[in-house]
Design a protein around this ligand. Structure first.
Ligand SMILES: [Fe+2]
Length: 480
């Protein structure tokens, strides 16, 4: 097979991982290779797109697909699986109407501009992350409020404004938990925007909040926290909303990446709410790894690409995706010198990668290991398929690949109980196999990725997901 046809096959396989899963299941996984570690007790909650069609209409972008939970509950060496759609207003109304009723990031209502003009009510797809905090399970989407769910039954309770904490602000899908404090942000307005940051205690109650004006239009998907700072990377976007308001183009098509401008890094003191802005050359990236302070500098890791992966048309057409263009980024370390105000960047990994994370106890602290998804190929742009443990102290890494026609999702690190050694834990990831059109949960030992501890095969496929989190409760209540 030549390079072009193998690349085409890879794109087709990758696109097949975004096939709808309309069924909702609940069963004990019995098809298991290997052993489930007995100390793995709790729940892996995952979220991601589930449905790419409404009736006979196809949505325009995976970001707009209805959120579907993927839930793996662990109890005494057994695993119980459930997937469940979040009953958002949009999900419920569109299932009844059997046609697209809402615009999205890259989705337009059928019927041309007349069907879209002055319609600024994007669907809250509740599809990006899910987290259990303060006794609540939240399905999160960065353009609106979280949906609260019952962690036992997975029933949708409804939109949650956190007892009135949220008004017009969004509530991002990338909270950070530092020293037992839940920290998240939201924005209001379009251009300029107001950025608000909240800190919540373990009961989900507000400890503090603060708001900041931000010039122009920004896409803040993720952020970073250290003991003394919140850090936001403001990539250079321009938004021309006129054609969007007139219904002619989707929001995505009205964005442009301004590579002649600079990327701005907002450094906000958690102590006195002062904001300082440093600048560096233009780059884009959805996700950040970690940040830490040392010698009046902040070091951070982030996924960088030269530009935003903007499409020419409002169509999914994932099988036509060209991986010659960098749709995923590369891992860089950025250093912010708080004395000289200099920003320096250096690449850590040339390979295409995404979804970086660290041991939860090292969020905001200097970490040695970073866990992330990477392309199998070391240099070419390609879809992410494998799981890597990257050692920042020496650039060495361990990697586990699921094979050439399979795609591993975000690796979630779960520390072994009672031990804070940075790599003493498990990595859990949902893998999609295009050859079988089924998915499985892989359990890796973070100290030795070479051979999985277990592969837990589902009876069906799951569309490739976005983000998930672990909680030590399994909410099983007597299931055995
Ligand atoms: Fe994300």
């Amino acid at each position: 097979m030549n390079v072009t046809s193998s690349t085409t096959q890879l794109a087709k396989d990758w696109a097949k991982g975004y096939t709808s899963q309309p069924e909702e299941y609940a069963y004990q996984i019995k098809d298991i290779e290997g052993e489930i570690p007995l100390d793995l007790q709790g729940t892996l909650f995952g979220n991601g797109p589930g449905l790419f069609e409404v009736g006979r209409e196809t949505i325009g972008h995976v970001f707009d697909a209805d959120g579907m939970l993927r839930v793996f509950r662990f109890q005494e060496g057994k695993i119980y699986f459930e997937n469940r759609y979040i009953r958002t207003e949009g999900y419920v109304k569109e299932r009844i109407a059997q046609k697209i009723l809402y615009r999205g990031f890259g989705t337009q209502r059928t019927g041309g501009w007349l069907a879209n003009i002055f319609n600024t009510n994007l669907k809250n797809a509740a599809n990006t992350n899910v987290i259990y905090w303060g006794g609540k399970l939240w399905a999160m989407w960065e353009g609106g409020h979280p949906h609260q769910l019952n962690p036992e039954t997975l029933e949708t309770i409804g939109l949650d404004n956190l007892d009135g904490l949220l008004n017009q602000e969004t509530f991002s899908a990338h909270p950070r938990i530092v020293d037992g404090t839940f920290i998240n942000f939201g924005v209001s307005g379009m251009s300029p925007q107001t950025l608000t940051i909240w800190e919540l205690n373990q009961q989900g109650e507000k400890i503090k909040s603060s708001s900041y004006p931000v010039e122009g239009f920004s896409i803040f998907h993720d952020f970073l926290v250290t003991p003394n700072y919140y850090i936001f990377i403001k990539h250079p976007f321009k938004l021309n909303p006129v054609l969007w308001l007139l219904g002619i183009k989707s929001l995505e098509q009205c964005l442009s990446f301004d590579n002649q401008n600079t990327t701005k890094i907002l450094i906000i003191s958690r102590n006195n709410q002062q904001m300082e802005i440093l600048e560096t050359e233009a780059f884009f990236g959805f996700h950040h790894g970690n940040a830490w302070e040392l010698d009046n500098k902040i070091y951070l890791t982030t996924i960088c690409s030269d530009t935003f992966p903007q499409r020419e048309k409002d169509k999914m057409e994932l099988d036509k995706m060209s991986f010659e263009k960098p749709i995923f980024g590369q891992l860089w370390q950025v250093t912010l010198d708080l004395s000289s105000k200099a920003v320096t960047r250096k690449p850590l990994l040339e390979r295409s990668c995404d979804f970086p994370s660290v041991h939860p106890a090292f969020v905001g602290q200097e970490n040695r290991y970073l866990y992330l998804n990477v392309a199998s190929e070391a240099t070419n742009n390609a879809p992410i398929q494998a799981i890597m443990k990257y050692d920042q102290s020496n650039g060495q890494y361990q990697m586990w690949s699921p094979g050439e026609r399979s795609f591993a999702g975000e690796p979630v690190f779960i520390p072994r109980q009672g031990d804070v050694a940075e790599d003493n834990g498990y990595l859990l990831s949902v893998v999609y196999s295009a050859s079988t059109h089924r998915s499985y949960l892989v359990i890796l030992d973070a100290q030795n990725l070479s051979v999985p501890l277990a592969k837990c095969h589902l009876d069906h496929h799951l569309p490739q997901g976005f983000h998930g989190t672990w909680t030590s409760e399994n909410f099983l209540n007597g299931v055995s």
